[in-house]
Design a protein around this ligand. Structure first.
Ligand code: FES
Length: 580
């Protein structure tokens, strides 16, 4: 390698030199160290493709990452570039306290800074578990280095006594049966062995699958890249092709801001609705768009939902699993049906437009997983946006996974002031609760919990579950796992810890939910609410005076702004800090 200071410092090993006051010395030193790993000058003169490696002993959803890194490297080297993988934070849903969402922005910052700080002409982001994909794309969008997403892919299904099972809709279903006394300790232990039969992300249309699908629709992933199972040969071939594509992205300097446009986000929202995707998808897409100075319009999202029905018959809204969707052709099968609802001119990582990729996809075959637009699985989009005096800045309900009979419902509020209060009292035999009551959870939002955990799926009180009650209206400022179902209103904004109207609800108040008319109202007189507001005190959190928790509580935005940190969003978005 020539170490002349006149060489192109915008590419390869010369990019972003460490500052020693002498650029040629910086390059000399960098080369000396990397040669310690056995690289030749020929290798070091190539374009460099970084690979964000999120393998972790705590993350079963990423257990195949080492294999994928190898396949990506093969694709990169076959295309004449040099792959270098590097570790970043890895977050698994069940191994992040208090909740994975608390760490999403930290992972986004980690990814952004490492992509920016280290020399790479493009980056392959290997993610999968729920928060990892949005975190990586938030970071990549801010770094604005050519980037392509590769997901680990869904796990295969397991089998319990001949019944097909998969994480984690069936986790919740079996746990609800256990709580109701329908199955015993021995059987729930057997189920526990079968729900996650191997590597990969949850095999239903949970948040991980949702994010994979919408990111493919957004154009940041190879066509067909979302649904191939984690352990399949297809997944490795996709990884190899992703590596090759990254080399082309580097050559063309195709940056995320040219792909993740306002129209591309509309495509992603359309797909989110058509797949019956996770409610978390709207929060993450809002955060990703925000990094590029784009604001997603919740009411516009709801309008799309009135026109775009659910086409994909996957749990929790439907019956099947991600491996079935892959066998049915994956997202391209969905996109073909949605053709007339999409912006077909949006650029993708392949350098071609979305419409060209739909044309190039394999011809359709007979399958029962993706319904035709003329005969959908659910007549409208999977989600609806609610407003009213209880949610002035909006709330979300996954109507496709709710009980039809509860979508228009008036009932008495049973209020839990925190997740701890819920845990302590929900199964109390003396709890005064009836099947037509509405369970209300306060202080479970971005600042209240903190981290907006997936606590919105409140359990049915044990004494009602034992009577056979399967669903009740539940309302909170929390999120819900994409694998869960029920008549559950989420993301109430502003949250109760910010003094939102949810904080003013008391047990015995009447709440009216009217999903067809997109309303949620607290039927309490204004004077009473004003008095309660004057008595409001926000929750305090121990350990919030230092470190990341302080940063989080000081700067996290509300759900309608994607729960990003206010200082990470470009000023052009015009975000007013939610700091209190
Ligand atoms: Fe990782 Fe479900 S826990 S995708």
């Amino acid at each position: 390698m020539n170490m002349s200071s006149g060489d192109d410092t915008s590419r390869g090993m010369r990019k972003g030199l460490t500052s020693y006051g002498d650029a040629r010395f910086s390059l000399f030193l960098r080369k000396a160290f990397i040669k310690g790993m056995g690289y030749s000058d020929d290798a070091l003169d190539r374009p460099i493709i970084g690979i964000a490696n999120t393998a972790s002993g705590y993350n079963a959803c990423h257990a195949n990452v080492p294999d994928l890194v190898e396949a990506v490297k093969r694709g990169i080297m076959l295309s004449g570039a040099l792959p270098i993988d590097f570790p970043t934070i890895s977050i698994h849903e069940s191994f992040a306290h208090p909740t994975s969402m608390f760490l999403r922005n930290l992972m986004a910052m980690d990814t952004e800074e490492l992509v920016r700080a280290q020399p790479m002409d493009a980056v392959v982001l290997i993610g999968g578990c729920d928060k990892t994909v949005p975190a990586q794309l938030m970071g990549a969008a801010s770094a604005n280095v050519p980037a392509i997403q590769l997901v680990t892919g869904p796990m295969l299904t397991g089998s319990h006594r001949g019944e097909r099972v998969g994480a984690c809709t069936d986790c919740r279903r079996f746990w609800a049966r256990y709580r109701a006394g329908e199955i015993d300790d021995a059987e729930i232990s057997e189920v526990n062995d079968q729900l996650v039969p191997g590597a990969g992300t949850c095999g239903v249309m949970g948040t991980a699958s949702t994010m994979a699908m919408v990111v493919e629709a957004l154009g940041m992933m190879l066509p067909g890249g979302a649904a191939a199972p984690a352990v399949s040969a297809d997944r490795r071939r996709i990884a190899e092709a992703t590596g090759a594509c990254a080399v082309r992205l580097a050559a063309e300097k195709l940056t995320p801001d040219r792909i993740m446009t306002a129209k591309a986000f509309e495509n992603a929202l359309t797909v989110l609705l058509a797949i019956g995707g996770s409610t978390n998808g709207i929060v993450h897409l809002t955060a990703m768009a925000g990094r590029l100075g784009l604001e997603l319009d919740l009411d516009g999202f709801d309008r799309i939902g009135r026109q775009v029905p659910v086409l994909v018959d996957l749990k929790p809204s439907g019956q099947h699993y991600m491996e079935d969707l892959h066998d049915a052709g994956g997202l391209p099968t969905v996109l073909r049906e949605l053709r007339d609802c999409l912006h077909l001119d949006c650029l993708t990582v392949t350098g071609r437009a979305l419409g060209e990729e739909i044309e190039a996809a394999p011809k359709p075959w007979k399958q029962e997983i993706v319904a035709p637009l003329s005969k959908p699985v659910y007549p409208t989009g999977g989600m609806a946006v609610l407003r009213g005096n209880l949610a002035p800045r909006g709330a979300i309900i996954k109507q496709s996974a709710a009980s039809e009979s509860l979508l228009a419902h008036k009932g008495r509020a049973i209020v839990f002031s925190s997740i701890e209060d819920l845990t302590a009292r929900i199964d109390d035999p003396d709890l005064d609760v009836r099947p037509d009551d509405i369970l209300v959870l306060q202080n479970a939002g971005p600042k209240g919990a903190p981290g907006m955990p997936e606590a919105g799926y409140m359990p049915i009180p044990r004494k009602l579950a034992a009577q056979g009650v399967k669903d009740m209206v539940r309302i909170s400022d929390a999120r819900m796992s994409g694998t869960a179902s029920g008549t559950i209103v989420l993301h109430i904004t502003p949250e109760s810890a910010e003094g939102g109207p949810l904080a003013l609800v008391r047990t015995g108040d009447i709440i009216e939910l009217d999903v067809p008319n997109r309303r949620i109202e607290l039927l309490v007189e204004g004077a009473v609410l004003a008095k309660r507001r004057s008595e409001f005190t926000p929750p305090s959190h121990t350990g919030s005076d230092r470190g990341y928790k302080k940063l989080f509580l000081d700067t996290v935005l509300q759900a309608d702004r994607g729960c990003d940190f206010d200082f990470l969003v470009p000023e052009s978005v015009g975000v007013t800090p939610d700091r209190s």
